[in-house]
Design a protein around this ligand. Structure first.
Ligand code: NAP
Length: 363
């Protein structure tokens, strides 16, 4: 009988629930250990998931050495992703890295070196690449439904605030860095994905210019769209909640991307793609393939309209990763590819300092 690949899930918080569920459902994998800062959190997560007889740790180094671990999921807050990834790579484990991958270019360089040296497989959780609407649009684009793409726009509009368990780390400059890095990286990755013409191809950015603004930085009042109320005396966002970037891609596509934590509205993730034979606006399409078209054709799909991790298509992401490991091939969403997405938030910070466009890649 085939031995299942063993999974260690590290960082027993919100997103870890979905990593555990996806790897438990995949026929080739099973979760063999959970680790976290607090042993109690690891135990609680395992119990909730109905996992019995697995390893539980509050020591990451020992958890990695747990018998039968082949894959490590890095689900800790972002300031630990680099060191967690490097340690897993040095132990020869394949790695699922939660976004954002790191808090500095220096950390990213070291992660890349460690992963290349160890020759392990990686995937970064830009999970929207497996959202059904994204998959449909990407297949349509690859099938020439809107012709040659010349422009794309994506926006991450999300009132990230105290309702999120990870907010205390993410809201600070020292641990979260910026809005484009913490949450906006999802929109940047989607922009690269739709600016790429091929079915599994994300476009390569060559230049960026960005502005930042909005009104929320430093405010102690925050909006909560779950309850549609404002709350007072909240720990403030330490960086600007709005960033807008213009990006030139290697294939001459022009892109606009924004992250907006200041919005007073439910979560939305608008997508627009323009080609020389049609256009896409979210789930609506205008295409040369529909001659005599009188109105937008609407695709009844699952939209990227929820920030809840249980709504995110982690199953598709993890199934793809397991296939990559078993077939010894790289994912389109591996660390090398994700570095091109992460270049943008760091280049944007350079723009704010110099007021000048920045050539890419940075690394
Ligand atoms: N791809 C996506 O769509 C998506 C969605 C949500 C989150 N994320 C990302 O996933 C990461 C985790 O987010 P989350 O929402 O799950 O946050 P979270 O609920 O705060 O979970 C993080 C967990 O990590 C543990 N932890 C904290 N410091 C640690 C340390 N030094 N060593 C070991 N464990 C530590 C904490 O558990 P203890 O109880 O043990 O302290 C905490 O529960 C973030 O980078 C976030 O951006 C991605």
């Amino acid at each position: 009988m085939e031995r299942k690949l063993g999974v260690l899930v590290h960082g027993a918080g919100w997103v870890s629930t979905q990593h555990i569920s996806a790897f438990e459902k995949n026929p080739h994998t099973k979760v063999v250990a959970v680790s976290s800062r607090k042993l109690e959190s690891a135990r609680k997560r395992a119990e909730e998931a109905g996992l019995e007889g697995i390893g539980l740790y509050d020591n990451y180094e020992r958890a990695i050495q747990h018998e039968g671990v082949d894959i490590v999921c890095v689900c800790t807050p972002q300031q630990y992703h680099a060191e967690n990834t490097i340690a897993a790579a040095q132990s020869g484990k394949h790695i699922v890295i939660e976004k954002p991958i790191a808090n500095s270019l220096d950390e990213i360089r070291k992660m890349r070196d460690a992963v290349h040296q160890a020759k392990v497989k990686t995937i970064v959780s830009f999970v929207l690449r497996w959202n059904p609407l994204f998959q449909t649009l990407k297949a349509l684009i690859a099938d020439d439904a809107i012709g040659k793409i010349y422009m794309a726009e994506t926006d991450y509009q999300h009132d990230i605030a105290g309702w999120w368990s990870g907010y205390e780390d993410a809201r600070k400059v020292s641990t979260g860095v910026s809005a484009l890095l913490t949450g906006g990286c999802h929109a940047i990755d989607a922009l690269r994905w739709f600016a790429g013409q091929g079915r599994f191809q994300a476009a390569r950015p060559v230049e960026i210019f960005a502005y930042r603004g909005g009104y929320r930085k430093g405010l102690t009042t925050e909006y909560d769209h779950y309850t549609n109320t404002w709350k007072e005396n909240c720990p403030p966002l330490e960086y600007d909640g709005l960033e807008v970037a213009l990006i030139k891609f290697e294939n001459n596509v022009l892109g606009k991307v924004s992250v907006n934590y200041d919005c007073v509205q439910p979560y939305t993730f608008p997508v627009e793609v323009f080609g020389d034979k049609g256009s896409i606006k979210d789930n609506r399409i205008w295409s040369h393939k529909f001659p005599g078209q009188k109105g937008w054709v609407t695709i009844p799909s699952i939209m990227p309209e929820s920030a809840d991790v249980s709504h995110h298509p982690f199953q598709g992401q993890m199934d793809h990763f397991v296939e990559c490991i078993l077939q010894d091939r790289e994912s389109h969403c591996n660390l090398d590819d994700a570095i091109l997405t992460h270049d943008i938030p760091f280049a944007a910070l350079q723009c704010y300092e110099t007021g000048q466009p920045v050539k890419l890649p940075l690394l």
